[in-house]
Design a protein around this ligand. Sequence first.
Ligand code: ATP
Ligand code: MG
Ligand code: FE
Length: 341
Amino acid sequence: MKLLAIESSCDETAAAVVEDGRLVRSSVIHSQVAEHQQYGGVVPEIASRRHAESIIPVVDKALLDAGVSLGGIDAIAVTYAPGLIGALLVGVNFAKGLALASGKPLVPVHHIRGHIAANYITHPDLEPPFLCLVASGGHSHIVNVRGYTEFEVIGRTRDDAAGEAFDKAARSMGFCYPGGVYIDRAAQSGNPKAYRLPIPRVEGSPFDLSFSGLKTAVVNLVHNASQKGEAIDNNDLAASFQATVCRILTDKLMLAAEHTGARVIVGAGGVCANSGLRTSLQAACDQRGYRLYLPELALCGDNAAMIGAQGYYEAVAGCTASLSLNACATRPIDSPYSRII
Ligand code: ATP
Ligand code: MG
Ligand code: FE
């Protein structure tokens, strides 16, 4: 089954052709990051306008690269939630137009389910069930993935997402948006023990996460140093911050694995591109004899190939939508199908 997949939830306009959920025939990503950088973050109104301008050339190129026409496509998958509403609406309405014109089924895909499905592309042998850490720009979850379309969130952030903490800490260190990758680079030549940063204690659920205290500690450290005219070593601070985030994520995930008995561990989302996190998850899994799967770097951030991968499994499960499908800014990953269509 060949799917044309469309993704426009944030600041990447993307389209891909994916076969049977695993084989990427084409993947096109048009990033708006350079334009948003000057504002220090994504400006929703600009994102929507750029999606509207880019979507036709991006979809055309995805079909061209795959060597198929719309007639050769079996279904159209689209990210319908969660994300910036104006940005999502561009992709959803474009996909609805294509579905109407071609008579092909429309498959709504949850963006975070897509991030998890990026692993099905990188690892042809990976099948649920597994325990998944989702660490992205807007989400930090520990998810029990019971089946391709069956999810149970067992831990979530109480405040900031891991990626958000990376970006805000990076901003206070003077790096441009999105700063996660700059922290990663600076950390390579820094001392992770140079600055003592707080490990959050989250009351209640043992698998819940929190990053706002850590982020604020970095922001205050930089602010106080500048007030006193003291210098901050950015490499040391980046390394200390990154090591703390990695420790929090790895410890919570291992605790959840112990509790659930999971032996197959998966990572998903933009923060899983972080070299420190990849190393720390691998070391923790090796130590316990768990198998670890991470998406290849190119599939950690937003792309449409992952939407095509998850879209295939949604279609197989019969989760298609009518042309009254709407976009949704917030929607839990385990939302029942009846609430989508
Ligand atoms: P969501 O998927 O939750 O809706 P999003 O789509 O904006 O949010 P992603 O594209 O998954 O998020 O990931 C982007 C985030 O990943 C940003 O916060 C970015 O800084 C972070 N990131 C990317 N590369 C790295 C890296 N090497 N180290 C740390 N963080 C990184
Ligand atoms: Mg982005
Ligand atoms: Fe994302």
